[in-house]
Design a protein around this ligand. Structure first.
Ligand code: UDP
Ligand code: MG
Length: 322
């Protein structure tokens, strides 16, 4: 693959109500992209209600490398990313925000890492004063929680500012599931991964489009789409309850048979409650386990991803041919 020269670089930029940022962004990108032979910029207008779409239309003449897609309504950042990635043709694809918080100066470094062999270049945000305390705290908690629930190593400061090799983009575009959480899925793919630190800039115009509601939705989606561990909680609770119930039941039996101090009916009521409670949790856990399996299967994620093939093509009738 032509990673040294003659490659096409694609940029994917989701934009939701970013009309004021569009001309600035395209200007900054034009400066930064001068050193690349072939660049395409795909801006996804995620159902904006301001004049983002007009701003994009107006920019088309001055920026022949620009293409934009306007979604029919606001679908959210992750889906906008997917819509954008599906439009790209480049050998490597960089996803970044429209508000210039992701410095375009980093693009050169990212491409160099890709040329040196990296398939995924993640830009990790350094905890920065330019971000609000609220954003810093929620972001840190989010990654801690998600890492501990899902068992994935998610770096605090992860964002959707990253470069992906064409092969990885094709794999992501082929994933059939509708609710994607790229930060959770990409670490499960494998491939050669490199991280670069960066200092986020301040948002140039407008407010953050990630409202608390959108962040909560992203967090919940992130947990559910990366892990079935929460479903297993019922099973763990069942074990804990079983232990506690056994101990308590021993006490109830002791009171009933040996010390004979209990109120009539107390032992049987407690005994039945403990046994049934434990059994219910166990059954819930079992249902959770099967539900988890069903969930995994319905996503139709491929069981493996191929990084490279070499040599003669597979003979007809080989498994891979089907
Ligand atoms: N965005 C989007 N759809 C949404 C919300 C946000 O396309 O529903 C875009 C937004 O225009 C920006 C990027 O996603 O380019 C990141 O959003 P934002 O900068 O508001 O988030 P923050 O930087 O505050 O986390
Ligand atoms: Mg931002």
């Amino acid at each position: 693959m032509a990673r040294s020269q003659g490659f096409t670089l694609s940029l994917v930029i989701p934009a939701y109500n970013e009309a004021e940022n569009i001309p600035l962004l395209l200007g900054r990108l034009a400066e930064g992209m001068a050193s690349f032979d072939d660049v395409e910029i795909v801006v996804v207008d995620d159902g904006s209600s301001d004049d983002t779409r007009d701003a994009l239309r107006r920019s088309l003449n001055a920026h022949p490398e620009l293409r934009f897609v306007s979604l029919s309504r606001n679908f959210g950042h992750q889906i906008a990313l997917r819509a954008g990635m599906e439009q790209t043709t480049g050998d490597c694809v960089i996803c970044m925000d429209a508000d210039l918080q992701h410095p375009p100066e980093l693009i050169g470094d990212m491409v160099r890492q890709w040329q040196a062999g990296a398939d995924i270049v993640n830009c990790i945000r350094e905890d920065q004063k330019s971000l609000s305390l609220f954003k810093r705290l929620t972001s840190r908690w989010f990654y801690k929680l998600l890492s501990s629930i899902s068992g994935l190593q998610l770096m605090p400061g992860s964002s959707d500012f990253r470069l992906l090799d064409r092969n990885v983009v094709d794999i992501l575009n082929r994933l059939p599931e509708a609710d994607l959480f790229y930060r959770g899925i990409i670490p499960t793919l494998g491939f050669r991964v490199v991280a670069i630190d960066y200092q986020p800039g301040a948002r140039i115009h407008g407010k953050s489009k990630y409202t608390l509601r959108k962040m909560t939705k992203l967090a919940l989606n992130g947990v559910v789409s990366t892990s079935v561990r929460p479903l297993r909680l019922a099973t763990y609770f069942a074990f804990l309850t079983a232990l506690a119930s056994a101990a308590f039941l021993a006490h109830v039996l002791y009171v009933y048979f040996v010390s004979r101090t209990g109120v009539p009916g107390w032992a049987s009521t407690l005994g039945v409650t403990l046994i049934i409670g434990t059994m219910q949790l166990l059954v819930l856990g079992m249902i959770g386990e099967y539900l988890g399996q069903v969930l995994k299967e319905t996503r139709h994620r491929p069981p493996y991803y191929i990084a490279e093939t070499g040599g003669a093509p597979p003979r007809t009738g080989a498994q891979g041919d089907r």
